[in-house]
Design a protein. Structure first.
Length: 243
């Protein structure tokens, strides 16, 4: 198979510590993944009871199951790579990056969808959807152009640029994710709680806890990028989405 690896490609050594860290992420993802899948099944069934077969055209349901699917694929091929079952190649890195890019798009658009439901101005909701989609697509394209050549070790220049840009784009996602989540909380307070629907207060507090936990996972991923094996942090990307 054509790998497109550099003639001077130097495979990173996978230590026992690397496998322990990756296994922890794998177990964490499985644990939360079952809960997430159960909730997705329940929501899908509720939408099906209301709208019948139109559930298959529901954007939210499609994105939820798309997120679960790409997270599962991402998690499995990552652990198989660290175990040496899947060797490094262009196809492997392209698949990893594609599943990750879809994870990010689905996740952020799910949050945008939640905001759009509560926004009374539908044009504003549409503009928010287009803005986030365009921004994330632009960042993803830049990652394709830098991350894959760096992983294939095409040149030292790509590797050096990737060391900085990989962290920068993670910070961009952290900021966008945080802004969208806090915007959702703002909309809930403005449109529901202030108008007397106090039953949403407890739900808002719970969502704020989940948002804080989710953003802390983003910070953890950024810090783990300084590990000796620069691929280990990738396993926590699927763990973060499982939250």
């Amino acid at each position: 198979m054509l790998t497109l690896l550099s003639p001077h490609y130097n495979a990173q050594e996978v230590t026992r510590g690397d496998l322990v860290i990756a296994s922890a992420a794998f177990g964490f993802t499985l644990g939360f993944g079952w809960l997430t899948a159960f909730k997705a099944i329940r929501q899908t069934w509720q939408v099906y009871q209301r709208h019948g077969r139109r559930v298959f055209r529901n954007a939210y349901i499609i994105m939820v199951w798309g997120e679960l699917t790409v997270c599962t694929i991402f998690m499995v091929i990552c652990i198989l790579h660290l175990l040496g079952v899947i060797p490094p190649s262009f196809a492997f890195y392209f698949t990893i990056l594609t599943t990750w890019a879809l994870q990010v798009q689905f996740l952020l658009q799910i949050i945008v969808n939640r905001c759009g439901i509560l926004l009374t101005n539908k044009k504003k909701a549409y503009r928010l959807k287009v803005l986030i989609g365009t921004l994330i697509t632009a960042v993803n394209i830049s990652v394709y152009c830098i991350w894959i050549p760096a992983r294939l070790q095409v040149s030292e220049r790509y590797i050096h640029i990737n060391e900085w840009w990989d962290r920068c784009e993670k910070v961009i996602y952290l900021i966008v994710d945080g802004c969208l989540n806090f915007y959702f909380i703002h909309i809930v307070r403005k449109n529901l709680i202030i108008h007397g629907l106090t039953k949403y207060k407890r739900l808002t507090h719970f969502n704020m806890f989940i948002i804080g936990f989710s953003l802390s996972m983003d910070v953890l991923i950024i810090t783990m990028m300084s590990l000796r094996n620069t691929f280990v942090y990738v396993h926590y990307l699927s763990s973060r989405k499982a939250c």
